[in-house]
Design a protein around this ligand. Structure first.
Ligand SMILES: NC(=O)c1ccc[n+]([C@@H]2O[C@H](COP(=O)([O-])OP(=O)(O)OC[C@H]3O[C@@H](n4cnc5c(N)ncnc54)[C@H](O)[C@@H]3O)[C@@H](O)[C@H]2O)c1
Length: 258
């Protein structure tokens, strides 16, 4: 039985808790932690028996095999090292890992303590193939994110590229695209060489992420059109499904994909 702790009782956290209860075998949600008192109360009502708290120390007094972060970049920075000293960590707020110092500290603590850091593919597709391709040379990696012009606060009658530059710069200017840009960077060419294009489309109804990678293996192109999450329209539904899938990879005997 995999004993799981959850940080963040928001859209993704609640979906994971439901999935742990209903559709993942050999897993138990032991405890949850959220800094917002209201979220703690709601979660306690919904998931009776899960020890839910607004104190990180109380949360960490439990025994876990895995902690899932579904909270914020700040949470990864504040608690990541403590958690990895004790157990394994799955990170949803991958944008935090474009901070080179934080990233290398977390990897160092994980290695020292023989822990694992799990990063789900989130709202994009193709990470499996790029991971394999990275064993040899990758020449270029580009993420094109197309969003409804309204959500980018852009007034335009036609499709308009509003940014083209490094992933490192993109995550500073478009914090809402930060996780996808960071996950692609981490698996391919890093924040300085991975390119990001942001397009405002007046006719688009959904967020779309296209990935284009060229390397010694050949070429990968993927396009993912995401439906937003009802509970939090800034989050794509696929991101939560990808976290559920990763938990299943950990607990099930069969693990398909790189
Ligand atoms: N990897 C991806 O592709 C991907 C996709 C979507 C969202 N995300 C990220 O996953 C995270 C969760 O997304 P969500 O839609 O569930 O967000 P949400 O806002 O619905 O929920 C986040 C919850 O975490 C809590 N929280 C925030 N900071 C905290 C802290 N320091 N300590 C404890 N609790 C804290 C908040 O109170 C809130 O209840 C976000 O950081 C989001 O950017 C990643």
């Amino acid at each position: 039985m995999l004993r799981v702790g959850l940080i963040g009782c928001g859209a993704i956290g609640t979906t994971l808790a439901k999935a742990i209860k209903k559709e993942i075998k050999d897993i138990e949600l032991i405890a949850a932690f959220d800094t917002e008192g209201k979220k703690v109360k709601e979660f306690l009502k919904r998931f009776k028996g899960v020890s839910t708290t607004d104190s990180f120390d109380v949360f960490m007094s439990n025994e876990f095999d895995l902690v899932v972060e579904a909270a914020s970049q700040k949470a990864v920075a504040a608690y990541g090292e403590n958690i990895l000293a004790k157990t394994n960590l799955m990170i949803m707020s991958t944008g935090s890992l474009l901070d080179n110092e934080l990233f290398s500290n977390l990897v160092h603590v994980a290695q020292e303590n023989k822990r694992k850091i799990h990063l789900p593919s989130g709202a994009i597709c193709g990470i499996d193939g790029i991971k394999a391709a990275k064993l040899r040379k990758i020449f270029s990696a580009t993420l094109t994110t197309t969003k409804p012009a309204k959500t980018l606060n852009v007034k335009t009658k036609t499709k308009k590229t509003i940014f083209f530059g490094t992933a490192e710069k993109a995550v500073k200017l478009f914090p809402q695209s930060v996780n996808v840009a960071a996950t692609l960077s981490l698996v391919s060419l890093g924040g300085k060489k991975t390119r990001v294009k942001v397009v405002a489309d007046p006719n688009a109804k959904q967020n779309m992420h296209e990935i284009h990678v060229k390397g010694e293996f050949g070429e990968i192109y993927t396009r993912t059109k995401n439906f937003p999450f009802k509970e939090n329209p800034k989050t794509s539904y696929l991101a939560a499904l990808s976290a559920i899938r990763m938990l299943k990879n950990i607990t099930e005997g069969l693990d398909i994909g790189t």
